[in-house]
Design a protein around this ligand. Sequence first.
Ligand code: KIV
Ligand code: ZN
Length: 545
Amino acid sequence: MARDPGRVLIFDTTLRDGEQSPGASLNLDEKLAIAQQLARLGVDIIEAGFPFASPGDFEAVQRIAAAVGTDDGPVICGLARATKGDIKACADAVAPAARRRIHTFLATSDIHLEHKLRKSRAEVLKIVPEMVAYARSLVEDVEFSCEDAGRSDPEFMHQVIQAAIAAGATTINIPDTVGYTTPGEFGALIADINSQVPNIEQAVISVHGHNDLGLAVANFLEAVKCGARQLECTINGIGERAGNASLEELVMALHVRRSYFNPFLGRAEGSSEPLTAIRTEEIYKSSRLVSNLTGMAVQPNKAIVGANAFAHESGIHQDGVLKNRLTYEIIDARTIGLSDNRISLGKLSGRSAVRARLEELGYQLQGDDLNDAFARFKELADRKREITDRDLEAIVSDHTQQLEAHYQLAGVQVSCGSELRPTATVTLRTAAGEECSQAAIGTGPVDAVCQALNRLVMVPNELVEFSVKSVTEGIDAMGEVTIRLRQDGRLYSGHAADTDVVVAAAQAFVNALNRLVSGQQRLPLHPQQAPLPATSSEPLEAPAL
Ligand code: KIV
Ligand code: ZN
């Protein structure tokens, strides 16, 4: 068996592979808030980003390494293609962390070699040990991934793995990059690596997988049975295309079915020792935080964290649960941090009560940020009797999106009705403090607002999604608007909440426009799509900061 940490390590890649989800790009403050929550959740490793992508990505990894990578905190990891430039940038970015890792990768499947890398197997076998050794000269902890392992020739991949370990890799990651394998095949792939790679004892076997066929979690659980001891996953399963394996599903499967998995880790079937270090009561909060900050809604029937995951609709089920919860429930909702007796805040609640609740929800606000959030809370409390956790999250995630913004919404006014042509006037304030206004007529008030905003900002875009849902129940509920804009094939999302849905729509549109404008300026490299430089050992410069 490969180097065995004695439990299953959870490697969270929400901030790297998760952020590769179309439209999910996050600003620095949002990334920091998520990293802090991941540390509270108890993940073992945080993959904080791809530092070579852009100066902004580099800075985000560096800030997370400094703030979250404490002595007793998680390992902070960065992704690097197998080139000196990427690896050096990665080492510099993770340097402030007490425990740091470089994760470098190169494809091993013939499809990738021929069509993407245009390299021979012999070249791959030369580059991998060179680059792993280079990474090892910079940090102690090096992970190597065989990209597209699921479609690679196993014998060739075994040679690459052996060379990577001989050069110093401490973790070997096996990604099902395109979500192609089935659980039986994936398990066999891991079992063969475990039994056939001569030096595999010296490395932890990790798995990474995408959900194109909806099999990522099932594949990983099979891999654990065959010796994998690190799982790469994301909160809510966000990620490229159909997403990555979902952290909450993996962790809860290992938790609920502990006695089934225990023997595969050499434990007695009845052992109650947890299989992962995750604090399950932090799962729901982590899910809400990621959903709010990325603007990626969780489908209601999503396992573990979906709105319906603990709801019993049919009379027979309700009756059974009232008699004994075990009739239809395999998880107590409190295990993932959901409780019915949440305290609501109201008009009379003070700053410290609001701050304390925000901290519990994963938002650490201080100074002006806290003052702004408290002012918004008071404003809302004047209009709404009870402020729930969902309202608070909406207030703060709106605010976090507006940090680093190019444009602030300074005003919006609409006139509409059965006899009127919907007309909107909007005012934007730029980062330099200038204000400008525009008016437009639309097919409805929201259309008029978006047209007026487009006239002001003048960047071409196409509105591809507009959705409104109420944050809580009741006539005074806030409406939450999510907007996605497309430009040159890239998606940019924005969301906002307000008791006035037209104001929420205007703010969500501005948030999406801000992402689009800053996205245009930084245009980060995509780690898996950007071609490798001609010689991967070229000492490329780290991005200038
Ligand atoms: O899906 C994949 O292969 C990846 C690698 C970079 C690990 O994300
Ligand atoms: Zn991936």
